[in-house]
Design a protein around this ligand. Structure first.
Ligand code: C2E
Ligand code: CA
Ligand code: CA
Length: 692
């Protein structure tokens, strides 16, 4: 330091004092700097050099504000001007030469040292870096802002679990204001819906890890339940003891409601409120696993209503729906405890019985179900009669596999249908074999058309009024390479299920039309050929009538040479599309015959609506004509009624001349049966019946 002659000797520091000051200056943890009044460095200490990350000798000869331009220069200038004793301030500073340090914060203390004349001789300043503290303060400020303005509800408790603070969002969520909860235990919000163990597990986690998160239901001030996702964190003090716990709440009531709705849509049948097919599979799976674990047994019952479609089609879906609701209720009323009931869709229900699954137990349940379901229903002042068919498969007796169990119950249900409906059937291995051979037969049928294994047989139809044989029915045969001739009763159903009937039916149609010219030339100039058309063809083949009419035109065949035999089942399907196809055929002159009359849900109204030309009395009524007075009365009634409606009647299955005589007496127009001929191959038909 520069010596000044005008300083009084007595005021001068002693050597010892100087040494002390020197030591303090050099080793102080504060950064110390001495500048001249023009801010040139005179000395800096180690701490300062370190803070600036420079060598201690780098400073002398430089001006402070050349090295570190900053806004503090204004303060320095002010001190120099006013000669204030000292000034302290905190400032942010960025080292331009060390951008990686980012913004740093410093506490400054600036002291001017005056000479005897009162002029500034030096400026001394100390610096303490307070970046850490500043950042902590900033973080706190931000946290407080978040806390206050967060949309997440928050609550702070002390080590004794007393509430210290809540934010606005918490008040908004629960309805409790701060004054109502401060100092209280958070069990105030307990809804009682969580068991004790839930809270025990929560506290255990908090004690072990200081943190817990989970979902629970609390109760708001107005008693409303709120589903909450809760995260609790613990703040520890310097000594490691619990200082605070901070709880963060998210209201997930809405989310849970949406989730529930979505779940219900995916799992519950909205009509009956029963589990749907999807849910049922999950339940069945659970039941099975449980049965496997406990060596238990299960019975799976599939319940399918008989001819439900007819009710739906004739009385409308609204009545159909009401009936289904009643059915679901009746089924539920017959079931023992521990039973799952589901609606698989349409009129199909499934039941899993997990108790009393011995044969006698199941028989009882199935018997009760049949009786309950067959009791007349009163729906919107309509009395309805319906029955059900039930298929039963058992675990582990029948199978151990879930998919197979379902398929077996399904096979048993079809067996119940085939055996006359309104009954239950157990699955048996024989059913399985039958199902397998049906599948095999279907595959073979696919090859049959291309493999030219199908043939048309013709059976004559005789006009009783003239004695002429002027029509024939085309009946399909399958010459199977191994089995020989297979009857249509065996394969038409399979062709319908597999959709093959469309291709096969088309083939039959073309064969019939192609053969018609020969029949007209050799047998009768107005010969008509009848073909059987499955409802599936009308329902699933969009272009049926246009294609057929075009084919007739192309081949120069009058539409009136073709009679299309349909069943009552088709007439019950009132879809506009089917109606349009039928009417297109009829309008073009194709004749319509209603086959198997008397076996289904016969309704006179349909006969008029669809412009039917012929009514075919089913063989079932003709068969016992000679022995049953009832059947005779029925035939007479059908014939009289048909004539009233302008239809001609064809009686099928006429095997004896007595039957023919009785039908003739009853006014029947046409007959068909073994009495005249069995169905014969086309070529043979020509030789047998030329010019009859
Ligand atoms: P369906 O239309 O009722 O045909 C009459 C059935 O009665 C024929 O059986 C015929 O052989 C038989 N039948 C005729 N007269 C007598 C008789 O005097 N006594 C007895 N016991 N039976 C007689 P088939 O040929 O076995 O045909 C059975 C059923 O298969 C037909 O019943 C028809 O529903 C269906 N079918 C036959 N061909 C076709 C076809 O090309 N397409 C469709 N979709 N179904 C067909
Ligand atoms: Ca027929
Ligand atoms: Ca028939």
């Amino acid at each position: 330091m520069k010596q000044h002659d005008h300083v009084d000797q007595a005021d001068l520091p002693t050597r010892q004092q100087l040494a002390l000051a020197e030591t303090y200056f050099n080793h102080s943890v504060s950064c110390l700097v001495i500048l001249d009044r023009d801010y040139n460095f005179i000395r800096v200490n180690d701490a300062y050099a370190r803070a600036c990350r420079r060598d201690i000798n780098d400073f002398v000869g430089h001006n402070h504000f050349d090295l570190y331009p900053s806004d503090v220069k204004a303060i320095f200038d002010d001190v120099v001007r006013t000669k204030r004793a000292f000034v302290t301030f905190t400032r942010a500073f960025e080292f331009v030469d060390q951008p990686e340090r980012g913004i740093t914060y410093w506490d400054w203390t600036l002291v001017p040292v005056l000479n005897a004349g009162g002029e500034i001789e030096f400026l001394v300043f100390s610096l303490v870096e307070v970046t850490e503290r500043k950042r902590a303060e900033e973080a706190l400020r931000v946290a407080a802002l978040v806390y206050l303005h967060s949309s997440e509800a928050m609550m702070v408790t002390d080590a004794n679990n007393r509430i210290l603070a809540i934010n606005d969002a918490f008040t908004h969520m629960t309805g409790y204001g701060a004054s109502e909860v401060l100092g209280k235990n958070p069990r105030l919000f307990n809804s009682g819906l969580q068991p004790k163990q839930f809270y025990q597990a929560m506290w255990q986690a908090l004690e072990q890890h200081g943190r817990w998160q989970g979902e629970l239901t609390d109760r708001a001030k107005d008693g409303r339940l709120i589903a909450i996702r809760l995260i609790i964190n613990t703040v520890f003090d310097a000594a490691g003891k619990i200082d605070r716990r901070v709880a963060l709440f998210s209201d997930i009531t809405e989310r849970q409601n949406t989730e529930r709705v979505i779940w219900e849509q995916a799992n519950i049948d909205s009509l009956t409120q029963l589990p749907n097919r999807h849910r049922f599979h999950a339940c069945l799976d659970q039941h099975l696993q449980q049965a496997v674990r406990s060596n238990g047994e299960l019975a799976l019952l599939l319940v399918d209503l008989d001819h439900f479609k007819e009710i739906n089609d004739t009385l409308g879906h609204e009545i159909g729906d009401l009936l289904l609701i009643d059915v679901a209720r009746r089924i539920a009323g017959c079931l023992p405890p521990q039973t799952t009931l589901a609606r698989l869709g349409g009129d199909e229900f499934a039941i899993v019985i997990a108790q009393a699954v011995d044969r006698a137990g199941i028989d009882t349940v199935a018997g009760k179900l049949l009786a309950a379901l067959a009791t007349p229903y009163l729906v919107q002042e309509e009395t309805l009669f319906i029955s059900a068919s039930i298929g039963i498969a058992r675990f582990p007796t029948d199978t151990q596999e879930i998919d197979l169990l379902l398929r077996q119950a399904d096979q048993a249900m079809y067996a119940a249908k085939n055996n006359g409906r309104n009954r239950y059937c157990y699955f048996t291995q024989a059913l399985q074999q039958a199902a397998q051979s049906r599948m095999k037969l279907t595959n073979e049928l696919r090859q049959a058309v291309a493999g030219q294994q199908l043939e048309i047989y013709l059976q004559p139809i005789v006009d009783l009024r003239t004695g002429h044989m002027c029509k024939a029915e085309a009946l399909l045969r399958w010459r199977h390479p191994q089995r020989g001739l297979v009857s249509p009763d065996e394969f038409i159903g399979l062709a319908e299920i597999s959709g093959l009937i469309i291709e096969i039916g088309d083939w039959v149609f073309r064969q019939a039309v192609d053969f018609l010219p020969q029949l007209r030339a050799r047998c009768h100039p107005d010969f008509q050929i009848s073909i059987n058309v499955s409802p599936i063809q009308f329902q699933n083949d969009a272009a049926l009538s246009t294609r057929w009419l075009a084919y007739l035109a192309q081949h120069g065949m009058p539409a009136s040479g073709l009679v299309v035999e349909i069943t009552e089942g088709l007439l019950l399907d009132m879809s506009a599309e089917v109606k349009a196809k039928l009417l297109a055929l009829a309008d073009a002159g194709v004749l319509l015959a209603l086959d198997d009359f008397g076996t289904g849900y016969s309704s006179l109204a349909y006969l008029r609506k669809f412009d039917i030309d012929y009514l075919k009395i089913d063989r079932a009524f003709v068969r016992n004509l000679d022995t049953s007075a009832d059947d005779l009365v029925l035939c007479e009634a059908i014939i009289a009624m048909a004539h009233k409606l302008g239809l001609d009647v064809i009686a099928e299955g006429v095997e004896t001349s007595t039957q023919r005589a009785m039908l003739d007496a009853a006014g029947c127009d046409l007959v068909q049966g073994y009495l005249y001929s069995r169905p014969v191959p086309m070529a043979q038909f020509l030789t047998l019946f030329a010019a009859c």
